[in-house]
Design a protein around this ligand. Structure first.
Ligand SMILES: Nc1ncnc2c1ncn2[C@@H]1O[C@H](COP(=O)(O)OP(=O)(O)O)[C@@H](O)[C@H]1O
Ligand SMILES: [Mg+2]
Length: 349
C-alpha cells in the first residue's frame, strides 16, 4: 500500500518532465563483465527514458547477443548493416543506424551475430582499440554538417567480458555506468573491472571515469539486497544513484515484445525507477561539467575504490602495474580472451 502511494507520488512528480540538455554529448558505457546483472536492461530503459524526456539519444549495441537491438525493436537479422561493419570495415555509423519505431529521437546502431567474430578479427587490426571512438567522432561531425541536432546521450551496451569490444567501449566513452545486481557475489569481479578501467585511463583514455553506479534487481524484502546496497553506497557514496531498480516482472517481459518497459508499461514501478534514474543522471550531468557527482574523479580515486572493494570482497591480488600500452591492453584481454590475444600479442612482436 505504502509502495502504491509512493508510485503515485513519483508518477505525478515525473509526468511530462523535460530533462536538462547536456552542454556536450555525454558518452556512457554500461559495463560489468558479469552476465545478467542488468546492463542491457539499463542501457535501453535509460536511453528510452531520456529520449522520452526530449533528448536525442543513440544506443550503440556492442554485444554480439544483440539484446539491446531486440529490446528497442530494431531489426538485427544477419546481413543487416550493424556495428560489425562499423568496427571491422570502417563503415560510417549513419549507414547502419536505425530509428526506434516506438520512441522519437532514439536511435540504435544494431548488433548482429557477425559481431561474435569481431573480437578475434579486431586483434590484428590497426587502431583496434580506437575504432569505435573514431567512428562515433565522425558520425557526430556528419550530423553537425547535415544540420541535424546534436546527440545528447550515447549509451554503449557491453558484452559480459573485458575483451576488445569492451576496450573499444571504454575508449569511446568518458563515463562508465556499472549496474550492480543486489545479490550474493555482487561485488565479486568489481575490483577487476575497476582495475581494467584504470588501465584504460592510464594508457588509452585519460578522461574515462566511473560516473555512475546503479543498483538493479533490488528486492527490498531481503536483507541481502539491503546489505549489498549498503556496501556499495559505502564504497561509492557519490557515484551510486539514489534510485534503485526493483525486481519487476514487467521489466523482464518487455524485451519479448520488442519494447523497453518505458513503452511496454510506462506506469509500472520498473519504468518509474528507470525514469527517476534517468533524471538523476541528467541532473547530475547538468550540475557538473563531466557528469561526476564530485567532479574530482580520476585514476587515484578509482584506484582507492578498487582497493576498498577488493578488501571488502577479499578478491585475489592483481598482477603488478603494467608499463606499456601493449602490456596494459593485452592484460585486459587476457582476463577473458587469454589464448587468442596472447597468440596475437606474440605476432605483434
Ligand atoms: N529489474 C529487473 N527485474 C526483473 N528482471 C530483470 C530486471 N533487470 C533485468 N532483468 C532480467 O534479467 C535478465 C538479465 O538482464 P540483462 O539486462 O540482459 O543483463 P546483462 O545485459 O547484464 O546480461 C534479463 O532476462 C532481464 O530481462
Ligand atoms: Mg546484455
Amino acid at each position: 500500500m505504502a509502495e502504491l502511494q509512493l508510485d503515485a507520488r513519483r508518477r505525478i512528480e515525473l509526468r511530462g518532465r523535460r530533462f536538462p540538455r547536456p552542454a556536450a554529448t555525454r558518452v556512457i558505457t554500461v559495463a560489468n563483465q558479469k552476465g545478467g546483472v542488468g546492463k542491457t536492461t539499463t542501457t535501453v530503459n535509460l536511453a528510452a527514458a531520456l529520449a522520452q524526456a526530449g533528448l536525442n539519444v543513440l544506443v550503440l549495441d556492442n554485444d554480439p547477443q544483440g539484446n539491446a537491438s531486440t529490446a528497442l525493436g530494431i531489426d538485427h537479422r544477419a546481413g543487416t548493416p550493424s556495428i560489425y561493419e562499423v568496427l571491422v570495415d570502417g563503415a560510417p555509423i549513419e549507414e547502419a543506424v536505425q530509428e526506434s519505431p516506438d520512441v522519437p529521437n532514439l536511435w540504435c546502431l544494431p548488433a548482429t551475430i557477425d559481431l561474435s567474430g569481431a573480437e578475434i578479427e579486431l586483434v590484428s587490426m590497426v587502431a583496434r582499440e580506437t575504432r569505435l571512438r573514431n567512428a562515433l567522432d565522425r558520425y557526430l561531425e556528419w550530423r553537425a554538417a547535415q544540420g541535424l541536432e546534436p546527440i545528447d546521450y550515447v549509451f554503449v551496451d557491453c558484452p559480459p567480458s573485458l575483451g576488445l569490444l569492451t576496450v573499444n567501449a571504454f575508449v569511446v566513452a568518458r563515463e562508465v555506468l556499472i549496474p550492480i545486481q543486489c545479490e550474493y557475489y555482487a561485488l565479486e569481479g568489481l575490483s577487476q573491472l575497476l582495475k581494467s578501467i584504470q588501465l584504460i585511463q592510464a594508457h588509452l583514455n585519460p578522461d574515462l571515469h566511473v560516473s555512475t553506479i546503479l543498483l538493479t534487481m533490488y528486492d527490498a524484502r531481503t536483507n541481502l539486497a539491503q546489505q549489498v546496497a549498503e556496501e556499495v553506497r559505502t564504497h561509492f557514496p557519490d557515484r551510486t544513484l539514489r534510485t534503485t531498480v526493483p525486481r519487476s516482472v514487467r521489466i523482464s517481459e518487455a524485451p519479448s515484445y520488442g519494447q523497453t518497459v518505458m513503452t511496454y508499461d510506462a506506469g509500472s514501478s520498473g519504468a518509474l525507477a528507470y525514469l527517476e534514474a534517468a533524471r538523476e543522471i541528467a541532473e547530475r550531468g547538468a550540475a557538473t561539467s563531466d557528469g561526476t557527482a564530485d567532479g574530482t574523479d580520476g585514476v587515484a580515486s578509482a584506484a582507492v575504490a578498487a582497493d576498498a572493494v577488493s578488501h571488502a570482497t577479499e578478491a585475489r591480488p592483481h598482477a603488478d602495474q603494467h608499463e606499456s600500452t601493449a602490456e596494459a591492453d593485452s592484460a585486459v584481454h587476457q582476463q577473458t580472451y587469454g589464448e587468442p590475444v596472447m597468440a596475437a600479442h606474440q605476432e605483434d612482436q
